[in-house]
Design a protein around this ligand. Structure first.
Ligand SMILES: Nc1ncnc2c1ncn2[C@@H]1O[C@H](COP(=O)(O)OP(=O)(O)OP(=O)(O)O)[C@@H](O)[C@H]1O
Length: 321
């Protein structure tokens, strides 16, 4: 286990923060923490990396208590709000970070370290801009430099707090590709993001935080409920059957042809509350002389899940952020 937290809590004077967060992140997984603005995602991350002291709860990183310098040795971190010394060049910022990680001046000037700097500049998309001063960087370039800093020491666990917030669509695509690469290398990644397409594309596990509380956590494919709609491939379909079936459906059910062909083959989009209703639909189709030859569950999109979770928890919480 790379990270394990037990009831981590931090309440600011304002009464907000996050409460009772228990999570486990296994080696080699890409974990996405989702939640609306102000949900407490950055607060959680800051406790994990040792920037904030929890009010209650505990956790371990690489088996060492969080907050202990030893727990951070194999960690790379990109904070949400990054600021660099604007009078330094990108390469100087990287060397300064290396120094903070215990690399001596002499080592940081070695050919091997020089090559590492070039490598992380390339990975983060800054390429030959490393010799320019940060003052001349755009916001997106500064975020890329933050990514380069997070990768510099070849970390096993990389925590990225909104890594694409300042990036244009190409930059976001590049970060997504980079995340895929880190995962392929067997590294563990923790991602705080609002970009659901990033989570959908790269995350193995996902957690949902709302008003400081963890509302759901688990493998992404399991959390995205796949029990409410199906695609049913049939033969013997006639267009008039749509109205005919509609008059016999139970509450919560619907049927709509997604594809129809002149030979009677069709793909029907069916909404049903669970398997019993799906069985009922199957029976209706058979009674109408339609042959079912394939039933496929339709995966909910993460966006629908996010909205559903925010909606449900808003109702429970009685208000919005
Ligand atoms: N230093 C602080 N002092 C007081 N309140 C704070 C502090 N930092 C955060 N908060 C509050 O704690 C809550 C959680 O903030 P946090 O930044 O952790 O949320 P988040 O989920 O990361 O939000 P976002 O997605 O907008 O970055 C918010 O209501 C925020 O206003």
């Amino acid at each position: 286990m790379i990270l394990q937290t037990n009831g981590l809590s931090k309440t600011y004077a304002s009464g907000t923060g996050c409460t009772d967060i228990s999570l486990e992140i296994e080696k080699g997984r890409v974990f996405g923490l989702l939640g609306p603005n102000g949900a407490g995602k950055s607060t959680f991350v800051k406790m994990v990396v040792g920037l904030l002291r929890p009010d209650a709860g505990s956790g371990t990183l690489f088996g060492k208590p969080i907050g202990h310098p030893e727990s951070r040795r194999k960690l790379g971190y990109l904070p949400e709000l990054f600021r660099f010394q604007e009078w330094l060049t990108g390469e100087e910022v990287l060397r300064y970070h290396a120094g903070l990680c215990g690399v001596t001046r002499h080592e940081s000037k070695s050919a091997a370290f020089e090559a590492r700097i070039k490598e992380v500049l390339r990975l983060s998309g800054l390429n030959e801009r490393g010799l320019n001063r940060v003052r001349h960087y755009s916001k997106g370039m500064q975020q890329r430099l933050g990514l380069a800093c997070a990768l510099l020491m070849d970390p096993e666990f990389i925590i990225l707090d909104e890594p694409s917030s300042a990036l244009d669509p190409i930059g976001r695509y590049e970060v997504r590709t980079l995340l895929g690469r880190l995962r392929a290398e067997g590294r563990t990644v923790f991602l705080n993001t609002h970009l659901l397409e990033d989570v959908e594309a790269v995350c193995d596990d996902v957690a949902f935080l709302h008003q400081g509380k963890l509302r759901a956590v688990g493998p992404m494919r399991q959390l995205l409920r796949s029990g409410t709609s199906w695609e049913i491939a049939v033969s013997g379909w006639l267009p008039e059957l749509e109205a005919e079936l509609a008059s016999q459906l139970l509450p919560g059910m619907s049927v709509k042809p997604a594809q129809e062909a002149a030979d009677g083959s069709a793909v029907l989009h069916v909404a049903a509350r669970g398997r019993e209703q799906l069985g009922f639909m199957n029976r209706l189709l058979m009674e109408e002389g339609v042959t079912v030859y394939e039933v496929r569950p339709v995966q909910d999109r993460l966006e629908q899940w996010f909205l559903a979770m925010s909606g449900e928890t808003r109702e429970q919480g009685g208000g919005s952020e």
